[in-house]
Design a protein around this ligand. Structure first.
Ligand SMILES: NC(=O)c1ccc[n+]([C@@H]2O[C@H](COP(=O)([O-])OP(=O)(O)OC[C@H]3O[C@@H](n4cnc5c(N)ncnc54)[C@H](OP(=O)(O)O)[C@@H]3O)[C@@H](O)[C@H]2O)c1
Length: 397
């Protein structure tokens, strides 16, 4: 929860934010939310990878104080732009995340690149609006304990976690019977292992209900994304796996729900539009503000359906459950191996079903261990990537 002082500030003046991953799917939608509320939000920092032309357009529109790009040579693209500090690399991400005057930082940088700026922003007492699920999947214990230590809020942006966050609305842990995490089921819901043998990247990238970045779209098709979300929910809401149920809900209207001990289920519903959870995270615990984002009408979709996930066909979700029960470094190994496998699949070097095979082989070769800091985590990540790369060769076509 924001302190009383922070909440007062939220109500009275513009809130200053930094957006990491500003040229991506979440980043651009965050900037659309800023454009929808120009009197309430001000962008002070932007960080991106290598899409310098879009970043230039964003600088012109939002006039940040500082920006960061992935590589030093990409700084050249900004040499004629005045009044903006240009940084690069991991250090640049950290500088943008900890800029003086910034109150909230949106973390939407994929993978482990999001962890260091998140930890730095927490230490600088910035409220975190978290989209990057790898931050909690790989480093959940590290990040949540730092957030606790510095009394910093982690506000979820992922639509499912935002839904749970909204449904919980200040209720205590002991009132929660279970968390119901909904999954669209991805483009291959109902398919068999045989059907999935010849899936191409283009087919896997055609998500039925959400428009997202490539990596997360493939993770949705394999159901790995849902596995990551289970782990993310465990850290965000402090619940054990036994209290989380995954329910396939293809229409993606109920974004998730909480069942309380009295039998009441509170679900959050809405159109499949990420700007809604982004806006909620940026203004929480302030009032809900009107916008012109997509709306859901009960008469648009009369059938809302629910199913159990098929863990046999979609083994990545089952592997996430296995990684949770192994604990410690196992979820970090799963994310690293998944990065490698998804990249190989998108490059045409690994069949769709090979993704699960690579993850299974890498996870079973890993000796689970504890890590105390980011450096130790990065060493585990490096091992997992090397092992997964060898497994890609083993399971390639
Ligand atoms: N998209 C969604 O609807 C959604 C929903 C829930 C959660 N998430 C999570 O949010 C995160 C971002 O997803 P996305 O779909 O927005 O991804 P995306 O479209 O691929 O965008 C990634 C962004 O990160 C930037 N980037 C890449 N490497 C970077 C680095 N080293 N330093 C700084 N910026 C870097 C990219 O820059 P360039 O493009 O300039 O290279 C881009 O701006 C993921 O972890 C995903 O799981 C996404």
């Amino acid at each position: 929860m924001a302190s009383g002082l922070a909440y007062d500030r939220l109500c009275k003046s513009k809130m200053n934010i930094s957006v990491l991953g500003s040229t991506g799917s979440i980043g651009t939608q965050t900037l659309e939310v800023v454009s929808a509320h120009p009197k309430k939000l001000k962008v002070l920092g932007l960080a991106a990878g290598s899409n310098t032309s879009l970043l230039k357009t964003q600088i012109k529109k939002f006039r940040p104080k500082a920006i960061s790009v992935k590589k030093e040579e990409d700084k050249r693209a900004f040499k004629n732009i005045k009044n903006v500090q240009v940084r690069f690399g991991d250090k640049g991400n950290i500088e943008v995340a900890t800029l003086k005057g910034v109150e909230r930082v949106v973390i939407a940088t994929p993978g482990l690149a999001g962890i260091a700026p998140t930890l730095a922003a927490i230490a600088a007492k910035k409220t975190i609006c978290l989209a990057t699920k790898e931050v909690l999947v790989a480093a959940g214990e590290l990040v949540t304990s730092e957030a606790k230590k510095h009394k910093v809020s982690l506000i979820p942006i992922d639509s499912e976690h935002s839904a749970i966050f909204q449904a919980l609305s200040g209720r205590s842990e002991k009132e929660v019977k279970r968390i119901i995490l909904t999954a669209s089921g991805g483009p291959f819901r109902g398919k068999t292992v045989k059907d999935l043998k010849k899936i191409t990247p283009a087919q896997a990238l055609a998500h039925p209900t959400w428009s997202m970045g490539k990596k997360i779209t493939i993770d949705s098709a394999t159901l790995m994304n849902k596995g990551f979300e289970v782990i993310e929910a465990m850290w965000l809401f402090g619940v054990p796996l036994s209290k989380i149920q995954v329910v396939v809900h293809p229409q993606s209207i109920i974004h998730s729900a909480v069942e309380f001990v009295d039998g009441s289920i509170i679900a959050q519903m809405g159109a499949s539009d990420m700007r809604l959870p982004i806006q909620y995270a940026l203004f929480y615990p302030g009032e809900r503000l009107p916008n012109n984002f997509r709306r859901f009408s009960f008469f648009d979709k009369r059938d809302l359906t629910f199913d159990e996930p098929d863990l046999k066909t979609f083994k990545c979700l089952d592997l996430a459950f296995k990684a949770i029960s192994k604990g410690k470094s196992a979820p970090a190994v799963l994310t690293a191996a998944n990065d490698v496998a998804v990249e190989a699949f998108l490059a045409g070097k690994l069949p769709f079903l090979g993704i699960g095979q690579v993850l299974e082989a890498t996870l079973s070769a890993h000796k689970v261990q504890k890590f105390r800091n980011l450096d130790e985590l990065l060493a585990i990540d490096e091992w997992a990537r090397e092992n997964a790369a060898q497994n890609v060769l083993k399971f390639s076509k």
